[in-house]
Design a protein. Structure first.
Length: 239
């Protein structure tokens, strides 16, 4: 005699039902594919199944099966908002660095809220793995751009242009370029601040001290305001 899916579900043990719920939530999370913003370079596109697959094990680390779908939806939203063009005002290195720092802070907050205490360390390691891949990806893009700039300078530029391009490539390879140092500062501020309002004040101080022209500085500061509003909305969603 055939049984219906509902009858099959009822016959499962509590543990089997919970495992099934986790599996369904994980699959929904992994295969949620938002509409892609074609203005975003592929190398920095946060809307990838790979990101979701990396984070999917987090869904198996909560004992509250009723909130698994809420957790999955929240994780997916964070990946979407990592898009450097979210609330698109400015797409500078600085704004991208703040976006990455916010993504890390949001994921850590979600782990804190939804992951059981005995799994917190493992979950934190998964978040770190994802974010390290994004930091590495960012550096790879910067290195590719520096190498391309040098090739153009060698073909069309003066000796001074070539020297500048060589110097910049060397900085990127050594991890001492302005953008790389700035990301490090922003991550340190995020980690050391008692709250994100304090962190955003620190980000603004960096922007005001790094020699941007007035138009660029205003654009970055406006982007920071948009990101701060985004953060506040995120915190409210956790209440």
């Amino acid at each position: 005699m055939l049984t219906t899916p509902a009858e099959q579900t009822q016959s499962l043990s509590k543990e089997e039902r919970e495992a099934s719920l986790r599996q369904v939530a994980a699959m929904r999370f992994i295969y949620q594919q938002p509409v892609r913003d074609l203005s975003v370079d592929t190398s920095s596109d946060p809307f990838t199944a790979e990101d979701a697959a990396t984070l999917a094990p987090l869904l198996d680390m909560t004992t509250d099966t009723d909130s698994i779908n809420v957790f999955a939806t929240a994780l997916n939203k964070v990946l979407r908002e990592n898009n450097a063009n979210a609330d698109n005002i400015d797409n500078s290195d600085t704004s991208q660095a703040v976006s990455l720092a916010m993504t890390q802070a949001k994921l850590n907050k979600l782990v804190e809220k939804y992951v059981s205490s005995d799994n917190q360390q493992q979950a934190g390691a998964i978040v770190t793995t994802l974010m390290n891949s994004k930091f590495t990806e960012r550096e790879d893009v910067q290195k590719d751009l520096a190498q391309a700039t040098l090739k153009i300078a060698q073909k069309y530029g003066s000796a001074d242009h070539i020297a500048q391009a060589e110097s910049y490539l060397q900085q990127v390879e050594q991890g001492t370029s302005r953008a790389q140092q700035e990301l490090t500062q922003i991550l340190q501020i995020t980690a050391q601040s008692s709250n994100m309002d304090e962190a955003f004040a620190g980000f603004a101080a960096i922007v005001k001290s790094n020699g941007f022209d007035s138009t660029s500085q205003n654009n970055v500061l406006k982007q920071l305001d948009a990101y701060q509003a985004q953060w506040q909305s995120f915190i409210q969603s956790l209440a």
